[in-house]
Design a protein around this ligand. Structure first.
Ligand SMILES: NC(=O)c1ccc[n+]([C@@H]2O[C@H](COP(=O)([O-])OP(=O)(O)OC[C@H]3O[C@@H](n4cnc5c(N)ncnc54)[C@H](O)[C@@H]3O)[C@@H](O)[C@H]2O)c1
Length: 383
C-alpha cells in the first residue's frame, strides 16, 4: 500500500557522491522498490526533483533515469509545497547558503558531510534548524556499513571488556593525475575549495568513535601535504594546498586511545580500504567496510618475540569472523530510509546538524593541533 509521495529536492546530483550514492543507490533504488516501508507496513514513495547549475547535465541525468522533474532554479523548487525534503551533495563551501534557503522555506534537510566549512557556520545551521523545528540530518554513512554495524554489536555485547585502544587505518593511493587520471576530484587537494583529508575524514571519525567507542575529548594531529603538485580534470597542473595525509591521536571518554591514519598517499596492504582494530581487556576486534573478526582473551595465542626464527604463526588465521545474521544493504540508502521514517514520524533524526557540527569541530581542532604542534582538548558543543 503506497500511503503518499514526498517531493525530494536533490542538489548536487551531477557530482560523484550525489549521483552514485544518493541518486542511484538510495533515492532511485527506494523509488524502484516502491518506497520506504513504515512500521505499520505502509510505504512512503519518494518523488525526486534534480537541481543543478548546468541545465544540459541535469536534464541528461533526469532523462537517463526517468526522473520527470528537474530544474536549475533552486528557489522555485523550494517554494513548491509539494517538495518536503531538501538534500545537498554540492561542494562543501557552497552548501551553507543553500541549506539556509531550504530552512527558511520550511523544508526538512538532509545533507552530505561536512555540513559546513567551519564550526561557526555549522552551528548557525544547527540553530536555524532547531528554531525552524524541521527534521535535520547529516550523512553518517560509515555507521551503516556492515563491518561497523557488526563492530558495534561486538562492543555492545561486552565481548571486548574494557576498551583500551583503537587503531584505524584509512586510505589508498590517489593517482596524481599525470599519467593516470586521479580517482578523486581535484578540489579535494585545494584548501581554498574545502579540500583536505582532515576536513574530509575527521568528520567521519568523530561520529564513528562517538557512536561506537566513546566521544573524543582531545586530539593531537599532524596533517601533511606529501604530494605538492597534481594534475586536474582538464590536464592542468595545480598546486595541492590541502593536506593529503593526517596522523591523529584521539583521546576518548572512558580512557581509550584511538590512533587513526587517514591518507590518500598510501598503498594498500590490508583486507579493506578502512580498518579499525579495537583492543580490550577481554578481546579484540578488527572491522572494515564489510567484515568484522574477533579474538577473545581465552583464544589469544601466545606470541613470542624471537628474531632468530622464521615466523611460525599465521596471525590473520587466528580470528573468528562475526556473521552478518542480517541483510545490510547500501549504507547511504539505509540512512535515507531512516531519515524519511523520522520525517514521517515527526521525530528528530539521531545524526542531526549538531552531530555534524561536532565533526566539523574535530577537523578544525585537528588542523589547529597540527599547526601548533600541540594537543587540543575538545569541549562540549552546545547550541
Ligand atoms: N559521505 C562520504 O563518504 C563522502 C565522500 C566523498 C565526498 N563527500 C562529500 O560530498 C560532497 C560532494 O563531493 P563529491 O566528491 O561528490 O564532489 P564532486 O566534485 O564530484 O561534486 C560536487 C557537486 O557540487 C556541484 N558544484 C560544484 N561547484 C559548485 C558551485 N560553485 N555551486 C554549486 N554547486 C557546485 C557540482 O556541480 C557537483 O554536482 C562534498 O561535500 C564532500 O565532502 C562525502
Amino acid at each position: 500500500m503506497v500511503a503518499e509521495a514526498r517531493g525530494v529536492i536533490m542538489n548536487g546530483v551531477t557530482g560523484r557522491m550525489g549521483y552514485r550514492q544518493h541518486l542511484l543507490r538510495s533515492v532511485l533504488a527506494i523509488r524502484e522498490s516502491g518506497g520506504v516501508e513504515l512500521p505499520d507496513g505502509s510505504r512512503v514513495q519518494l518523488d525526486p526533483v534534480l537541481v543543478g547549475r548546468n541545465r544540459a547535465r541535469v536534464q541528461e541525468i533526469a532523462e537517463r533515469h526517468d526522473v520527470k522533474r528537474w530544474s536549475t532554479d533552486l528557489a522555485a523548487e523550494l517554494s513548491d509545497p509539494a517538495n518536503d525534503i531538501y538534500f545537498d551533495a554540492q561542494l562543501t563551501h557552497v552548501r551553507h547558503a543553500s541549506i539556509v534557503q531550504a530552512i527558511e522555506a520550511g523544508k526538512h534537510v538532509f545533507t552530505e558531510k561536512p555540513i559546513a566549512t567551519d564550526v561557526s557556520g555549522a552551528l548557525s545551521l544547527a540553530r536555524a534548524a532547531r528554531t525552524a523545528g524541521m527534521c535535520n540530518g547529516v550523512v553518517h554513512d560509515k555507521l551503516y556499513l556492515p563491518g561497523l554495524r557488526k563492530l558495534k554489536r561486538v562492543v555492545d555485547s561486552g565481548f571486548l571488556g574494557r576498551i583500551l585502544s583503537v587503531r584505524g587505518e584509512f586510505g589508498y593511493w590517489v593517482f596524481e593525475g599525470d599519467w593516470q587520471p586521479a580517482q578523486r576530484p581535484s578540489w579535494n587537494y585545494r584548501a581554498e575549495d574545502g579540500g583536505g583529508v582532515v576536513v574530509d575524514m575527521f568528520a567521519h571519525w568523530n561520529y564513528v568513535l562517538e557512536n561506537i567507542i566513546g566521544a573524543v575529548e582531545a586530539v593531537t594531529a599532524k596533517a601533511v601535504t606529501h604530494i605538492p603538485e597534481r594534475v586536474d580534470e582538464h590536464g592542468q597542473v595545480y598546486r595541492a594546498t590541502a593536506d593529503d595525509a593526517a596522523y591523529g591521536i584521539f583521546e576518548l571518554a572512558d580512557g581509550a586511545i584511538a590512533q587513526i591514519n587517514s591518507s590518500w598517499t598510501v598503498r594498500v596492504n590490508r583486507d579493506e580500504l578502512v580498518e579499525f582494530q579495537v583492543d580490550g581487556t577481554h578481546g579484540s576486534a578488527v572491522a572494515g567496510l564489510m567484515g568484522c573478526k574477533v579474538q577473545s582473551r581465552v583464544n589469544t595465542p601466545k606470541a613470542i618475540w624471537n628474531p632468530d626464527l622464521p615466523e611460525q604463526n599465521v596471525y590473520r588465521d587466528q580470528w573468528d569472523e562475526v556473521p552478518d545474521n542480517a541483510e545490510f544493504g547500501n549504507a547511504f540508502r539505509a540512512q535515507w530510509e531512516q531519515f524519511v521514517r523520522d520525517v514521517v514520524a515527526g521525530r528528530p533524526h539521531p545524526y542531526d546538524f549538531l552531530a555534524g557540527a561536532r565533526g566539523v569541530r574535530l577537523a578544525e581542532l585537528g588542523l589547529q593541533s597540527s599547526a601548533s604542534g600541540r594537543r587540543v582538548e575538545v569541549g562540549e558543543l552546545t547550541l
